[in-house]
Every structure is written in C-alpha cells, then in structure tokens.
Design a protein around this ligand. Structure first.
Ligand SMILES: Nc1ncnc2c1ncn2[C@@H]1O[C@H](COP(=O)(O)OP(=O)(O)OP(=O)(O)O)[C@@H](O)[C@H]1O
Ligand SMILES: [Mg+2]
Length: 270
C-alpha cells in the first residue's frame, strides 16, 4: 500500500496545513502523484488551494464530509484536481464538523474506519497526505486509523504545551486498537527562527528527549510560505530558488528516505 501520512497535532497553528500544501507541491515536482485530503472542518487547506469563496461553495457531498456521512462516495465523486500539477484534492467541508465527535474510540467502528475504507478503493497515487484539525476527535482519529505513518508538526517553544503527549496517547490507542501498523515518521519543527534563543533551546530539548524521532529538517519561519499560499501556489512553484523552497525539498527528501522501505515509493518519475 502506498504511504498514507497524517499530519497531526492537537495544538493549533503549528503549520499542519502549510506543510501539507508546500510538501505536496514539492513531492509532485519530484515526480510523485500526490493525493491531499483536507480532513479539517476548518478547510484551510482547501481554501489555500482553491480560495475561500470556492471552498465555501462546494457541495458537502463532494467533500470529505460525504465519507463521514456514510455516503460511501466513489473516489471520482470527491477527488478533484487541486490546481497544482500532480496533486489531487479531497476537499474539506464545515459539514464534517457534525461528525468530529470527542472520545472517538467509543464511536461506531464504521465511523472510525470510514476514511480507511474509502482509501482502500483509491489508487493511482504514490503518497497521500492527510491534514487534520487541531484536536484529537473523530476526524483525527479516523485519519490515524487510515494512515501508515504520522508526522507531528510543532513549534520549538514549550514542548510540554505543544500537544505531543496527547497525540502520543491517541497514537498508542490507535496502535492498540484499529491500526497496529501506524508508525511515527517524525516530529517536524516548524516556523523555526534560529536567531531566537528559545527556539534553539527547545530544539535541543526535543532532540535530547526524542532523538531521531525529531526530523533533521526544520521548516524556517519565513514570510514566503503564507505569501505562496496567498497566490494559491506551493512554495516550490512560487519561489523555487529561495531558502524556503529548499527547506521543503529537504523535508521531502528526508520523508521519502524514511519511507524508502515502502514498496511503491519509487524514485523514478511517474
Ligand atoms: N514556516 C512558516 N513561516 C511563517 N508563517 C507560517 C509558517 N508556517 C505556517 N505559517 C503561518 O502560520 C499560520 C498557521 O499555519 P497553519 O494554518 O499551517 O497551521 P495549522 O497547524 O494547520 O493550524 P490549525 O491548527 O488552525 O489547522 C498561518 O497563517 C500560516 O500561513
Ligand atoms: Mg490547519
């Protein structure tokens, strides 16, 4: 099965959606066919790709909400071109909010596994990235159940407040229950400002605590990332030669190398 990578942290604003957006564009330029799933009812990823007006007008039946509603859509009913070459999108919808219930482990099994069921009928992608809301309710849980791997974006600030331990608890519960094969791909430090002492301090603490589980690549704090999204582009298409694009390329390389055991992550261009 091609890798399905969830980007999750229950802390808000740590760069989950931005990472999905920019990473997808870079992976596509590297020849991967990428499926993005906007699994957050806020639908920031969809807005970043299609603009807020378009994102608000989509019929929920053509979004991830159709899956949560139990409509069992066929992939071609809900997966659309993202506007970025090589990247398709399963759009998000506010309508998914009704299903994003707390204590997901107590929800019906069909609700916990609906995304996995959907993805079992999807082919043609080398990698799927799932953006999640900043909580550990049913949508995030369903993503963990559907995923082979997890990336946890976080800022190098007070790591105790970064939601890592709650994510770890959810991951352990998913591994002990519906998805024993879920694997951590790494903690990703985002919005890193090397001139800030506090960032360097917490980076070191994270590396001391979690060792190689912390990805070597860090995403710097840079105005170019939100700027690229304002232009509806991944950074690699917006400013391909800049340091911001270079960081995302390094991230893609590192993730692909960590995924290299997965049989379909071929290096050749599709
Ligand atoms: N590396 C970066 N440098 C500068 N700004 C960034 C960077 N990454 C993200 N941002 C900005 O920070 C804000 C939060 O980013 P983003 O929406 O990706 O976080 P999130 O974790 O998906 O948030 P939420 O939890 O609300 O879904 C956005 O305004 C985004 O443009
Ligand atoms: Mg987000």
């Amino acid at each position: 099965m091609p890798p399905v990578v969830t980007l999750l942290n229950q802390k808000g604003g740590v760069g989950k959606s931005s990472t999905c957006h920019h990473l997808a564009g870079t992976l596509a330029l590297m020849g991967r066919r990428v499926l993005l799933i906007d699994n957050d009812p806020q639908s920031s990823l969809t807005q970043g790709l299609w603009g807020p007006t378009h994102a608000r007008c989509i019929d929920p039946a053509e979004t991830v909400a159709a899956i949560y509603r139990g409509e069992e859509p066929f992939p071609d009913q809900v997966i659309r071109p993202s506007g970025v070459p090589g990247v398709d999108l399963l759009a998000g919808s506010r309508a998914a909010n009704d299903f994003n219930l707390p204590r997901p482990q107590d929800q019906p099994y069909e609700a916990q596994t609906c995304l996995r069921e959907f993805l079992s009928g999807v082919d043609g992608y080398d990698i799927t990235l799932i953006d999640c809301p900043p909580n550990l309710c049913l949508c995030s849980w369903a993503a963990l159940v559907a995923s082979t791997h997890l990336v946890v974006p976080l800022q190098a600030e007070d790591y105790g407040a970064q939601g890592i331990m709650d994510v770890q608890d959810s991951v352990a519960m998913v591994q002990a229950g519906p998805n024993p094969d879920l694997a951590l791909l790494g903690y990703l430090i985002t919005m890193f400002a090397p001139r800030k002492t506090v960032h360097r301090l917490y980076e070191q603490q994270l590396r001391d605590l979690y060792g190689s589980d912390v990805l070597a690549t860090m995403i710097p704090h840079a105005a170019e990332y939100p700027e690229a999204i304002a232009y509806r582009k991944p950074i690699v298409n917006h400013k391909p030669k800049g340091a911001a694009a270079k960081a995302v390329r390094a991230l893609a390389d590192e993730l692909l190398s960590r995924l290299s055991d997965a049989p379909c992550m071929k290096r050749e261009v599709a």
